[in-house]
Design a protein around this ligand. Structure first.
Ligand code: GUN
Ligand code: ZN
Length: 469
């Protein structure tokens, strides 16, 4: 038997709890091990702790020493579109026009296997270069795109959630699938991929505007027949879209009720955006154990609006929140840039010139919970995202038994003069304390990007190394 055990030595930073539970002392939710050892066997963490304690227990295990980096659990992206890899950064329209003008014409191409396969290579390269090791992804209405997504994820050994997209209206006819087709193809794809290797399957109604009652019923039936599967969709992203969804489902009192009516809102359900959810809808998400994915790059790029993270994190009705880049609505793959934009959204309180405040933003406790310091931010990108997606039994931190996906961040490697900038924040010597580490991480999210991602490891193996410049 080959010895598949390996170990990584370095400075580790992860989370054991939700920092929103520790207002003003968020560091109590985090853990910093300045000189640690992570022991990995067959892609799974076998032991983790200070190097001085671990090294004598594993004297024969080969050690890779990653120096001058902060090692974090791999980033988890709760909402991204594989078939939009080539159209990110499209000029000029808000959501519904953007879908018609840019997105559907591009996604139609993914019925072609060669095109989808080439795209999958580019997609996963870009994710890993940004430090993202897990994503929940949309594919298209063609099963070819779903197959090529999972095949490429499998070649890279990555844990992903994805599924065929159901859309039976509001797109060019050649892009639509009927509920019957969607049912048959989804059943086949679940049988082929769900829980094979690291693949997980999400039943995926694209959004209420694009799904008839029959399509939503089909999703409900699939969830009843496969209760272990995830559900992935969009909700309340853009005001015009919300109005249109309300017109399409006049019997539903709000957007969330569309999913309630069809029995979909519950554990393992994620809806992207949720910018325009009411307080009552947030409460119903919390009660149901459903997740919302905050996509600030996209919400700003498509002009959708400002997500109320502080409302979603109300301790009396805490919603599971992941972060997503929503590429191509989001104009980058980078979770570091997602954190930057999420921070900026949290800084807005929508005060008008006359001193009045948008009623949605009047609650000062909510405004405080919107503020995204480094602990809250990197929690959402790691353990929080895993929790929101019901993956925290296998991902999200360095606890033994979890899968060994991680990212090594170079806090000095972002834009010009970043090292000099960072030395003002945390001194020259590298992080000695958890707060110094957090300060450096804040520097990374405020001023950094993919350039700060030096290495990305998947299941205990290095999957990406930044090229020397
Ligand atoms: N709503 C329905 N489809 C999409 C999509 O592709 N991107 C975004 N941002 N919203 C959607
Ligand atoms: Zn989306």
């Amino acid at each position: 038997m080959p010895d598949l055990t390996t170990a990584i030595r370095g400075a580790f930073f992860d989370f054991l709890d939700d920092p929103w539970k520790y207002p003003g002392r968020e560091h109590e939710a985090a853990r910093f091990v300045g000189d640690g050892l992570l022991v990995v066997a067959d892609g799974v963490i076998k032991a983790f702790g200070p190097y001085a304690e671990m090294a004598p227990r594993f004297p024969t295990v080969p050690v890779t020493h990653i120096q001058n980096r902060l090692i974090l659990p791999g980033f988890i992206d709760g909402h991204i579109h594989f078939p939009q890899t080539r159209v990110l950064g499209a000029f000029g329209n808000q959501l519904l026009d953007w879908l018609q003008n840019w997105i559907f014409p591009e996604e139609i191409k993914y019925a072609d296997r060669d095109y989808a396969r080439a795209a999958a290579g580019n997609f996963f390269d870009a994710l890993l270069a940004g430090g993202t090791t897990t994503c929940q992804a949309f594919t298209t209405s063609s099963p070819v795109s779903t197959e090529e997504f999972f095949e490429e994820a499998g070649r890279r050994g990555m844990r992903t959630i994805a599924g065929l997209t159901g859309i039976d209206r509001f797109a060019p006819p050649e892009f639509l699938n009927t509920p019957e087709q969607f049912y048959t193809e989804t059943k086949r794809l679940i049988a082929t991929y769900h829980r094979k290797g690291r693949h997980l399957y999400a039943i995926t109604p694209r959004f209420a505007v694009g799904c008839t009652d029959e399509m939503m019923d089909t999703c409900a039936r699939l969830k009843r027949e496969h209760p272990d599967c995830w559900i992935n969709t969009h909700i309340s992203e853009n005001p015009t879209e919300v109005r249109q969804a309300r017109q399409e489902f006049p019997d539903c009192r709000d957007y969330t009720a569309v999913h309630e009516k069809h029995g979909l809102l519950g554990p393992k359900f994620t809806a992207g955006h949720g910018v325009w959810l009411s307080n009552d809808e947030f409460r119903r998400f919390a009660r149901a154990g459903a997740g919302v994915c905050f996509c600030p790059l996209s919400n700003l790029f498509l002009g959708s609006g400002l997500f109320r993270l502080g409302r979603a994190t109300d301790p009396d009705a805490r919603v599971r929140v992941s972060l997503g880049c929503d590429m191509g609505g989001g104009n980058a793959f980078s979770m570091i840039r997602v954190l930057e934009e999420a921070y900026k959204v949290g800084m807005c309180n929508n005060t008008m010139l006359d001193g009045s405040v948008d009623p949605r933003w009047q609650d000062t406790a909510e405004a405080e919970r919107n503020k995204l310091g480094p602990y809250r931010a990197f929690y959402l990108a790691t353990l929080g995202g895993a929790h929101a997606l019901y993956l925290d039994d296998v991902l999200g931190n360095f606890q033994p038994g979890k899968e060994a996906d991680f990212v090594a961040l170079d806090w000095n490697a972002g834009q010009h003069a970043m090292a000099w900038h960072q030395s003002l924040i945390a001194g020259d010597g590298g992080p000695g304390t958890i707060d110094q580490a957090a300060m450096l991480l804040f520097g990374v999210m405020a001023c950094g990007d993919d350039r700060n991602v030096d290495e990305t490891w998947v299941a205990g193996k290095r999957a990406y190394k930044k090229k020397a410049v």
